[in-house]
Write a protein that binds this ligand. Structure first.
Ligand code: SAM
Length: 274
């Protein structure tokens, strides 16, 4: 593992992010530090108009590098993805003894936010990345980020490509695929198209992160929801302000394997009178 001053700071943030015991303040500070660190090492110019330029694709919008970088701020999201990846790598390493775990990451943004922290825990002989990003400005910053963290030896390949049509080289070598292209829920970014394209090429045992995305019609108790949103000091997450009625859309390996034609079937939902 590398240890320049940037790696040390990254390691510090990573420890706080994957900490089992949830401490909101500690986590929020670590995420703020991580964002400042990423902005420094990537040399991203947040004031240049090109950082705000989106790339429009047939399957949706790839957001500008400034906005993609800002996703790190969603601290619970960042924690869940990084911790999920950390656990998935640890489990896979146990199974693949003597072989590095290969992560395919679609939509890296300018910092490869979700995998870069793992370079402070695993060695290049344990972990390898293939990185996909369509926005050329993000690729520029991504390359600087990798260089500053001396993380070149973790990177098999960087492709500037549309991940919704990309042909994966050596698909059986991929152990984990992580896709986070859903800035505007599933409406404007191509999370669904990318997941269908990549998962259908990969080995059936591949670990998909997120494992499942589901959209539900739900009934919400607004009072409880306001209490939940205001109670940011709570150490446990109590999502008891809604009741799911019916899933209207599910994205996981099973639905992809069963559903190659009609991704969005018509669904009728009847709400209980009560
Ligand atoms: C919501 S941002 C997330 C950035 C980072 N992965 C994170 O989680 O913080 C999504 C990123 O995916 C990229 N993207 C969107 N659609 C893409 C596509 N079809 N192919 C490759 N990259 C894509 C965008 O350019 C953007 O950088």
């Amino acid at each position: 593992m590398n240890s320049n001053k940037y790696n040390e700071k990254l390691s510090h943030c990573t420890k706080a992010i994957i900490e089992e015991q949830l401490d909101f303040l500690n986590l929020k500070n670590a995420i703020n530090d991580l964002k400042l660190l990423f902005e420094e090492v990537s040399e991203i110019d947040l004031h240049h108009p090109s950082a705000e330029t989106h790339v429009f694709l047939k399957t949706g919008k790839a957001i500008g590098s400034k906005w993609a970088g800002m996703c790190v701020d969603d601290f619970m999201r960042t924690k869940r993805f990084v911790t999920g990846l950390y656990k998935a790598v640890k489990d896979t390493l146990q199974k693949n003894k003597n072989q590095p775990v290969h992560i395919l990451y679609a939509g890296t943004g300018p910092f490869a936010t979700l995998v870069m922290p793992l370079t402070t825990i695993f060695k290049p002989s344990e972990l390898q990345f293939t990185l996909l990003e369509v926005n050329p400005k993000s690729i520029e910053s991504l390359e600087n980020t990798i260089k500053s963290f001396n993380a070149e030896s973790y990177v098999k390949n960087i492709f500037q490509t549309d991940a919704s049509t990309f042909n994966v080289p050596l698909p059986n070598s991929v152990d984990i695929v992580v896709i986070e292209c859903m800035q505007h829920a599933l409406v404007r970014e191509p999370q669904v198209a990318i997941t269908y394209n990549l998962v259908s090429q990969l080995n059936e045992n591949v670990i998909l992160i997120p494992e499942q995305i589901s959209l539900h019609i739900a009934l919400i108790d607004s009072e409880k929801k306001n209490n939940y949103l205001l109670n940011s000091k709570s150490t446990e997450i109590k999502l008891d302000f809604y009741t799911n009625i019916k899933p209207v859309f599910v994205l996981d390996k099973k639905t992809i394997n069963n559903n190659s034609e009609n991704i969005f079937p018509k669904i009728e939902v009847v709400l209980p009178k009560k």
